[in-house]
Design a protein around this ligand. Structure first.
Ligand SMILES: Cc1cc2nc3c(=O)[nH]c(=O)nc-3n(C[C@H](O)[C@H](O)[C@H](O)COP(=O)(O)OP(=O)(O)OC[C@H]3O[C@@H](n4cnc5c(N)ncnc54)[C@H](O)[C@@H]3O)c2cc1C
Length: 599
């Protein structure tokens, strides 16, 4: 199906911290093919035409309505992006599934339904199923004949998923596993036909099973009363002597964590894309309202403080979108490079692992950006933003859970650094030599600094210096705490915040430079403005986090030296971000929506 204009060479996962990619090698929304755009358009139109008109009924949980919408979406190929065509799926590439997810996510309730079915409910079989399992289940999931769900969490085990208590015991005849336990918070639980259930064989070996709702002893519970996502289903699932045929074991006994974590990796990236879709919709709604609402004889959109909000929403969306599509391009290029060689499932696993850092970044940064956007959206609507009749109110409630599921943002912050250190220790990225080189440079004192030239040269310098700040802070932290670094959670979070900001800065910079090179500086001027504002503010945030981290590591004279070095890396020319934001706001207001490619 849709093939992307893939990035020429896939950058290694996490390498953005050390290397400067060439702008032309980075995938951006401007590189989407017509086919890919059409997929996005179809997804968005589906929600606008089929879902929005029945939102009230959906949120009131009208029986049968949500599953019927899933089936309709499935008929359009929207519920099987990641399922190969040979099993009845749409067989989309990574970039196409990303845009599909983004555009179908303009309504939170359907976004989570889609993610639970097409993502975590289906992909375990795509990645780990036997040929028989794939043939039996994937066509039904792709067509919507069966709806999928993913059952990992339990009442006492969410973040600490390996602490789950559900057990699976082979029956004396050796024909069935008997599952007993309770699953909690299961998206699509109320109407799913197929559950990917994690249980411990013999109470010890974590394993995954394909469980059909019709299997005796599989009982979904009542709907949870949630803060938001009322247009989705979330229930417990009870397993009481549930008889699961032996052949429904997914992957291998004792390897359930491999299934769970690889699928979550993929889900995290997808969730980031979903947040981009949700935030663009809120920005559009808020921009339109700012034109309609009057105060003090003016449209509220004429006030600087409202314009500033619209601009900042667009700028933050731009940064997250730049990261997401850059990562999608890299993943696609990696898959492409692996090509027909080797086992395609193994290749997919390798790619998911390679970009696990970027996937966690997408999840954390995307969900926090969406929370910012919905919060400002409510503010622009004033009192009406607090009223249930206005969609922005619903978007505010729906957004909050994104920081909790698919691994909380605390867990993902820790994972970012954990995975980075693993890659550094394994030699996949040369983080340690780079930190040592920087430490030598610091000891040698200030040296002549090459000044970058061309479009966004100041910003190029700021991004390079942010990377040095990270190396300085991370190098010191590693040297002091070594294997005990894992116990220093606050320090790890500061480092993770720096990593995320750097990826966002770097991706925004490269996208703006690529746009300037392809269509000219004048035509790309607002995109360049957005990149300049984002980088100026993010550089401040990186410096702030570096200060926190360095102060937690050094003391006395060494702390004074380190702070002096940090100050050198933090030297920047001041940017008039007020004027730049006004220009971005004008672009938003001239179109009443997100103004860049990808809209
Ligand atoms: C609407 C909704 C839908 C969901 N859908 C699904 C689904 O389809 N399938 C599924 O399996 N699960 C699902 N979940 C469950 C979700 O994945 C968990 O809620 C999530 O993983 C957090 O687990 P918990 O709620 O037990 O919180 P806890 O793990 O108890 O965490 C509580 C707090 O402690 C923090 N914390 C925990 N451990 C640490 C640590 N080591 N260091 C620092 N801080 C820590 C957390 O970050 C959090 O802030 C869903 C949840 C919701 C709310």
């Amino acid at each position: 199906m849709a093939t992307s204009t893939v990035t020429k060479t896939a950058a290694k996962g996490g390498s953005f911290l050390l290397e400067s990619a060439a702008p032309q090698d980075v995938f951006t929304p401007a590189d989407l093919t017509d086919d890919q755009k059409l997929i996005g358009q179809t997804a968005e139109e589906f929600v606008v035409k089929e879902v929005f008109p029945v939102v009230k009924d959906l949120e009131a949980k009208k029986p049968g309505l949500l599953p019927s919408l899933v089936k309709k979406a499935a008929e359009l190929g929207l519920m099987s992006g990641g399922t190969p065509e040979q099993y009845g799926g749409a067989g989309l590439d990574k970039v196409a599934t990303t845009i599909l997810t983004e555009k179908i996510s303009i309504y939170g309730g359907f976004a989570s339904t889609h993610g639970a079915h097409a993502g975590i409910g289906t992909l375990p079989i795509v990645y780990f199923g036997t040929e028989e399992q794939k043939k039996k289940y994937l066509p039904k999931l792709a067509s919507g004949e069966m709806i999928g769900a993913y059952c990992l969490s339990e009442p006492q085990a969410g973040s600490d998923a390996q602490n789950l208590l559900t057990r699976a015991d082979l029956n004396p005849e050796g024909t069935h596993y008997i599952l007993n336990g309770q699953k909690m918070w299961i998206s699509n639980g109320g109407f799913a036909d197929l559950f990917i259930v994690f249980a411990k064989v013999g109470g010890e070996k974590l394993s995954a099973f394909i469980v059909e709702k019709t299997f005796a002893g599989c009982k979904p519970g009542n709907e949870e009363h949630k803060m938001g996502l009322h247009g989705s289903s979330t229930t417990p699932v009870f397993l009481e002597n549930c008889k699961v045929p032996k052949e429904n074991l997914l992957h291998e006994i004792g390897r359930g964590h491999i299934v769970a974590f690889n699928v979550l990796n993929s889900g995290r990236f997808t969730l980031g894309a979903s947040c981009v879709g949700g935030s663009k919709y809120v920005l559009m709604t808020a921009a339109k309202y700012a034109k309609e609402r009057k105060a003090f004889g003016k449209q509220i959109g004429e006030f600087g403080l409202i314009r500033e909000k619209l601009a900042e929403m667009a700028i933050q969306i731009f940064a997250v979108e730049s990261m997401i599509y850059r990562s999608a391009g890299n993943m696609e290029a990696s898959m492409h490079a692996a090509g027909a060689s080797g086992d395609s499932v193994q290749n997919t696993m390798k790619v998911l692992e390679e970009y696990a850092i970027e996937s966690s970044i997408a999840k954390v940064y995307g969900s926090e950006m969406l929370d910012f956007a919905v919060d400002e959206g409510v503010q622009i609507f004033g009192g009406y933003g607090f009223h249930e009749d206005y969609p922005v109110c619903r978007a505010y409630r729906d957004s909050r859970v994104n920081r909790i599921f698919e691994g909380t943002n605390e867990i993902n912050r820790m994972l970012i650094i954990q995975m980075l250190m693993k890659r550094a220790m394994g030699g996949q990225i040369a983080l340690i030599p780079a930190a040592m080189k920087l430490a030598d440079e610091i000891l040698a004192g200030p040296s002549f600094e090459e000044v970058p030239e061309g479009v966004l040269s100041e910003e190029t310098r700021a991004v390079a210096n942010a990377k040095k700040m990270f190396l300085q802070a991370a190098g010191g932290a590693l040297q002091k705490f070594r294997e005990k670094l894992a116990d220093e959670q606050e320090l790890i979070a500061a480092l993770a915040n720096m990593v995320m900001e750097i990826y966002a800065m770097d991706s925004s910079l490269l996208r703006a430079q690529k746009a300037a090179a392809t269509k000219g500086e004048a035509a790309a001027s607002v995109l360049i403005d957005a990149a300049r504002v984002f980088i100026a503010d993010a550089a401040e945030r990186v410096e702030h986090e570096a200060k926190r981290a360095i102060a937690a590591v050094h003391e006395g004279d060494m702390l004074t030296i380190q702070m002096a070095v940090l100050k050198r890396f933090g030297k920047r020319t001041a940017v008039d971000t007020i004027a730049l934001r006004r220009r971005v706001a004008a672009a938003v207001q001239s179109q009443d929506r997100y103004p860049f490619e990808g809209r």
